[in-house]
Design a protein. Structure first.
Length: 281
């Protein structure tokens, strides 16, 4: 049996994550998926938009058989610590054959080339990095400029600026550093550039979905079908005041047909048998 590991936050879970699960199994030939997910606090120390147990429950409903929590010391750390903690956790399970991550560029060879330079630090790269750091530049920016100058390739600028590419580089570094037997794969992310007040079909990014969740006036009119009724009501128990307000207004007012909206964040089938009663005049 082949198993692929996914490193996630699911903050919140959306159709892009479902695509990631399915595509990861497809390109790795895996029979099953194991997910490592941040807990109640995510990268940069921000609280997750939903509690960890609800996000894990949705992942299970989406077909993931096992969700493991990434300890908070790693989940709130820099990309390097985040990646190192997650890769180490998967490695120590002893049953993971590969990992698959999303990246903006979708080019594993490019990410690997950058990762190896950052890991092994050739002498020329070291000098460039020291020079930029001596100018008082932050380490992430100094490393970006040093790598650009080291490779003499301006096309890498965008790669080095995009967050999921950076995470991907750190995953590859962590795999090499630990001499892991796990093989890495990447898939190109499909990112929405639409404003957060517009609801669009399936492959929406989490930035777009989060914008919708925080725009309560929009939610009153077009709440995304992000949850089964059970999970939706759990979320509305007080985790997010703005969303709670809009959620309950929406849940109390629409007709039965109005709640059969197109799935957006959580691509799950709603159980309309337990839907709220139709509003009476």
């Amino acid at each position: 049996m082949k198993i692929v590991g996914l490193i996630t936050e699911y903050n919140p879970f959306h159709n892009g994550h479902l695509y990631h699960i399915r595509k990861a199994k497809e390109i790795t030939g895996a029979d099953a998926v194991i997910v490592v997910m941040s807990g109640n606090f995510v990268q940069r120390g921000a609280p997750a938009i939903m509690p960890k147990h609800i996000r894990a429950e949705v992942a299970l409903e989406a077909g993931v058989p096992l969700v493991l929590e990434l300890p908070v010391c790693f989940s709130t750390g820099s990309a390097e610590y985040f990646a190192a903690g997650a890769v180490s956790l998967l490695e120590h399970l002893g049953c993971i054959d590969s990992i698959c991550f999303g990246s903006e560029c979708g080019d594993y060879d490019t990410l690997e080339k950058i990762a190896l330079a950052a890991l092994h630090e050739p002498e020329e790269y070291k000098k460039l990095l020291k020079r930029y750091l001596a100018q008082g530049i932050s380490f992430p920016l100094a490393r970006q400029w040093a790598l650009l100058e080291y490779f003499h390739d301006e096309t890498l600028r965008k790669v080095l600026e995009q967050p999921n590419n950076i995470l991907g580089i750190e995953y590859i570094k962590a795999l090499y550093r630990s001499n892991s037997s796990m093989k890495a794969y990447t898939i190109k992310r499909i990112v929405s550039c639409a404003p957060a007040t517009v609801l669009l079909p399936p492959s929406e990014s989490f930035w777009h979905m989060r914008g919708i969740l925080f725009t309560w006036k929009t939610m009153n009119k077009k709440a995304p079908a992000c949850l089964t009724n059970r999970v939706f009501l759990k979320f509305c128990s007080g985790w997010n005041v703005k969303f709670q307000r809009s959620a309950f207004i929406f849940w109390r007012t629409p007709t039965r047909s109005a709640i059969r909206f197109t799935p957006m964040i959580f691509p799950l089938c709603l159980d309309t048998s337990c839907s709220p009663r139709q509003r009476t005049p």
